[in-house]
Ligand binder design. Structure first.
Ligand code: NAD
Ligand code: UDP
Ligand code: UDP
Length: 343
């Protein structure tokens, strides 16, 4: 745990930089950047449940205190309002680097900031990992494959990304973040892990973040038409958040750098997704077609053979099981306290 000569920061252990024999550290010290967001907060719950000490670093661009406030008062939990674009000094064992808006509506809102977050933010967290000898996990994305010419996507595929389009700030930002991660690994010996995450849904997503699952669920609950963009024949593969968190933790604890696809291979067209939402919430929900957004990938489905083989991981929750759990959370937030806490 105490790599590179770093010493325990807990006062009772601070005896000349060595842990006294017989005294075992309980749990790890873990930073989760973006830990107040959708995926991050579920990861924090698992790490806290395991007995680790968790520091959430978040600037609350799309994250919310409500996602982690159940840990307030626990001495193993800390929340720091901080933008990862600025340097940060901490002493930790592991860094889960999630900080970055994930919804196209959010990441296109201030594209230059999205690039800075992915490039400078990732550089800072890698610099931190190097300084304290921490293990670093990057949450990259299926977007590195762009509008893929290979289907399903395997990790060895280099992708088909438009470098000058409206999605590039995110796609190219994450590709650069992967490059930085590998260069710190090769050049500075930092222990790294890379996850390429495919579309993930579940409780605590921002209600109005513009992503397709959150849009359809909120629309069906509010008795509004489901907005299908384009002809609705484009596909995505939807993963429930608990499956993703399990995959991220296995990747961090395992021996393999990656990159690893983490996603559910169950592939749906947007029209099929609308149908599942109708079945789950309201069979009478109407569908309304809208123009599609620029550079929208036509299809996306992970090949997860590598994660199955090397991490012993595969998703367990199919869309029809996961969606109802999200609906319960969304209806509580939309109707329960008469207060919508969107982004
Ligand atoms: P999210 O928007 O809910 O969470 C991102 C968190 O990062 C938020 O809490 C936000 O406030 C914080 N953040 C953003 N910029 C920051 C900055 N400069 N400094 C500090 N904090 C900052 O999104 P999510 O769905 O939880 O995604 C988490 C990570 O997973 C992201 O890196 C995203 O790119 C990746 N990912 C998610 C999906 C998905 O479908 N959810 C798919 C692929 C990749
Ligand atoms: N950094 C940080 N926290 C640390 C160590 C480094 O935020 O604990 C930042 C540092 O400010 C720099 C980046 O990480 O901008 C890269 O650090 P590194 O030491 O690799 O490079 P250098 O500082 O030599 O450019
Ligand atoms: N989409 C849709 N209706 C919506 C929002 C999105 O049909 O209300 C489509 C969008 O055009 C894309 C797919 O759903 O083809 C997934 O979009 P999302 O923004 O959720 O994530 P992406 O995979 O594009 O990052």
């Amino acid at each position: 745990i105490y790599q590179n000569g770093h010493v325990a920061r807990f006062p009772s252990f601070n005896s000349g930089g060595k842990i006294p024999l017989g005294l075992k550290r309980k749990g790890l010290r873990i930073v989760v950047t973006g830990g107040a967001g959708f995926v991050g907060s579920h990861l924090v719950d698992r790490l806290m449940g395991r007995g680790d000490s968790v520091i959430v670093v978040d600037n609350f661009f799309t994250g919310r205190k409500e996602n982690v406030m159940h840990h307030f008062g626990n001495p193993r939990f800390e929340l720091i309002r901080h933008d990862v674009v600025e340097p940060l000094l901490l002493e930790v064992d592991q860094i889960y680097h999630l900080a970055c808006p994930a919804s196209p509506v959010h990441y296109k809102h201030n594209p230059v900031k999205t690039i800075k977050t992915n490039v400078v933010g990732t550089l800072n967290m890698l610099g931190l990992a190097k300084r304290v000898g921490a293990r670093f996990l990057l949450t990259s994305t299926s977007e590195v494959y762009g509008d893929p010419l290979q289907h399903p996507q395997v990790e060895t595929y280099w992708g088909n990304v438009n470098p000058i389009g409206v999605r590039s700030c995110y796609d190219e930002g994450k590709r650069t973040a992967e490059t930085l991660t590998m260069d710190y690994h090769r050049g500075a010996g930092v222990e790294v892990r890379i996850a390429r995450i495919f579309n993930t849904y579940g409780p605590r997503m921002c209600i109005d973040d513009g992503r397709v699952v959150s849009n359809f669920v909120a629309q069906a609950l509010r008795k509004e038409p489901l907005t299908v963009y384009g002809d609705g024949k484009q596909t995505r593969s939807f993963q429930f958040v608990s499956d993703l968190v399990e995959g991220l933790m296995r990747l961090m604890e395992g021996e393999h750098v990656g990159p690893f696809n983490l996603g559910n291979p169950g592939e749906f067209t947007m029209l099929e997704l609308a149908q599942v939402v109708q079945e789950t919430i309201d069979p009478n929900a109407k569908i309304e077609f809208r123009p599609n957004t620029e550079d929208d990938p036509h299809k996306r489905k992970p090949d997860i053979s590598k994660a199955k083989e090397l991490l012993g991981w595969e998703p367990k929750v199919p869309l029809r099981k996961g969606l109802p759990m999200m609906v319960t959370d969304f209806s509580q937030r939309i109707f329960g306290d008469h207060k919508e806490r969107g982004s």
